[in-house]
Design a protein around this ligand. Structure first.
Ligand SMILES: [Zn+2]
Length: 285
């Protein structure tokens, strides 16, 4: 069965992610290890780490996903920024390994004034360095598909492939984001477009590399190259798109995580909308 969950706050103490996930009925969760707006890295106490491990088993929430800080840019042409980003990723990855986080999802980077080729080259250099410093045993490193906003790399399957291919021996995979795919020009909300995308991905990368799906509707139109998440069914993708993902043979055991706007009870509403789209086998007479 697919597992439906949400991005939750990790503020105050990391173990609270499980309480917050449990409160809204999430079967899987994602959270940040550091404030997505600050470069400061906070070392966690042994007690906080122990509490995290203790609570993890309590509610049956799995898998557990960490999203990297939005500040990191492994593609940057600014050596100082790229260096800080590499250090930031290493800090987060070391904690993920220690806490046995299942997946670490990252936005690979954006070129800004670089060409896409230069940006891809910088990301590969950054990843080579990262993987030379850490051997991932417990945590799988997932590169996320992006919308292509402001020179983002990962907007095409070919770009994702060029980032994955040099690291075949590493513990690496892909996170799909429905909003980003649609904004990047993949018509994943009709059957033909969805199947074309899946086939292209399977041929270029291998569909088994997909480990997590971010489920977000889009505030902006098809192919907008913008990254603006909307509540499920309220945006330009619409419910059909989510129905296709949720019932796809290849994705039937994957975690589906919403990153929709945090407003009132909307996390519960959005997860409920997704659950209702899952086809259940007819009961035998
Ligand atoms: Zn993301």
């Amino acid at each position: 069965m697919v597992r439906i969950g949400a991005h939750v706050s990790s503020s105050k103490s990391l173990d609270l992610v499980f309480d917050r996930g449990n409160e809204i009925g999430a079967e899987t969760i994602q959270f940040f290890l550091s404030s997505p707006r600050s470069w400061a890295w906070k070392e966690r106490s042994e007690r906080e780490k122990a509490l995290f491990t203790e609570k993890r088993g309590k509610f049956g929430i799995r898998p557990v996903v960490v999203h990297s800080s939005y500040l990191f840019n492994l593609a940057s042409g600014d050596e100082n920024l790229r260096g800080k980003s590499i250090q930031g990723v290493l800090n987060e990855l070391r904690l993920c390994e220690e806490l046995s986080i299942d997946y670490y999802v990252i936005h690979a980077g954006k070129g800004k004034n670089l060409t896409d080729e230069q940006a891809v080259e910088n990301i590969i250099k950054s990843l080579e360095f990262i993987f030379s410093k850490i051997n991932l045993k417990n945590t799988q490193f997932l590169i996320e598909t992006l919308a292509g906003q402001k020179g983002e790399i990962g907007k095409t399957t070919q770009e994702i492939k060029s980032l994955i291919d040099p690291f075949k021996t590493e513990n690496i995979g892909v996170c799909l984001d429905t909003c980003h795919l649609y904004s990047a020009g993949y018509k994943i909300n009709d059957k033909v477009g969805f199947e074309e995308y899946i086939n292209e991905f399977d041929q270029l990368i291998g569909i088994e590399k997909v480990k997590v799906i971010h489920c977000n509707d889009s505030k902006t139109p098809f192919n907008s190259r913008r990254d603006r998440h909307e509540h499920i069914g309220e945006g330009s993708i619409g419910l059909t798109g989510f129905e296709l993902f949720l019932n796809c043979e290849y994705f039937k055991n994957l975690p589906f995580v919403i990153e929709t706007p945090k407003e009132g009870d909307w996390d519960i509403v959005n997860m409920d909308r997704l659950r209702k789209l899952i086809h259940t086998a007819p009961v035998a007479q």
